[in-house]
Design a protein around this ligand. Sequence first.
Ligand SMILES: [Zn+2]
Length: 331
Amino acid sequence: MKRISEALPWLEPHWRRLAQARARDRLPHALLFEGPPGMGKRALAHHLARALLCRRPSANGEGCGTCPDCRRLYGETHPDFLELAPEADRPAIRVDQVRDFCTRLGLSPSAAGGYRVALIHPAEAMNRSAANSLLKTLEEPMPGRVIVLVTEQPGALLPTIRSRCQRLRFLPPERAPVAAWLVREQGIPREVAETLLALTDGAPLAALALAEEARLAEREAVFTQWLGVAQGTANPFTVAAAWAEQGTGPLRWVLSWLEDLVRLAMAPQARIKNVDRRPILGEMARTLAPGALLELHGRWLEVLRLAGTGVNLQLLLEALLMDWAALRGKA
Ligand SMILES: [Zn+2]
């Protein structure tokens, strides 16, 4: 289980406040986490839930990540953790959802922790009648119940809701430590990390989501080029030049497709990683020999190993892509 200092380091001050309040038995029964998207509001609510429900919390009050309660939280099956959100395709949280939620919150905690933790997000999705039906629960706190309301628009909440919660503001943190976290914990190159933070107004998790999106966009483009080389519609030399500019990203994607091709060439029903590409990889694997694919895979792996040791990556990629074109040509 990742510590807050690794998972969400910019939220350590918030975490300390919560942990200290808990240690003094002063944890508020209702918290309002407010701030722009991508700040980690929900992630901190989950962190708090783990801390409260864990059977063996660490000395600083964090969940252990391995006990049965922590595991059930990960699997989203913990009976003492409740979530209230709009149902799929609906913009609002309905009043009957809130009533049902309040009833369930009132049930006795099932685990040894003695807590029931609830998350409401986005809290502004409660319309007036839904919010009003939550008020009673907020006004008459029950021991061992903690409700976290999460919102990006605190002004859209009823003032009576806001006033009954302890508010915690999530503001964009200093950029430099977050950039360092993106580099250290997420493996993002420094200059990319800085650009991502600039694009997301310094919201760490928004920057991370953007990095994931960019990775998927790169995967899409690389797949099209790789297929194009095999089909004779893309020039191996042009593709090699483009990939060499992108570091080892394209190499890693191709390796994962080659691995799946090997599996599929040996057994059409094999489990593969790139499930979204199963139809086309399956089609390709029908005409390729597992032995030739394995050999090709080994050579791509070797180039990945050599990348970054001062070799001419473009030249190596040209050779690999020529062979890939030839292999498919023979099929
Ligand atoms: Zn635990």
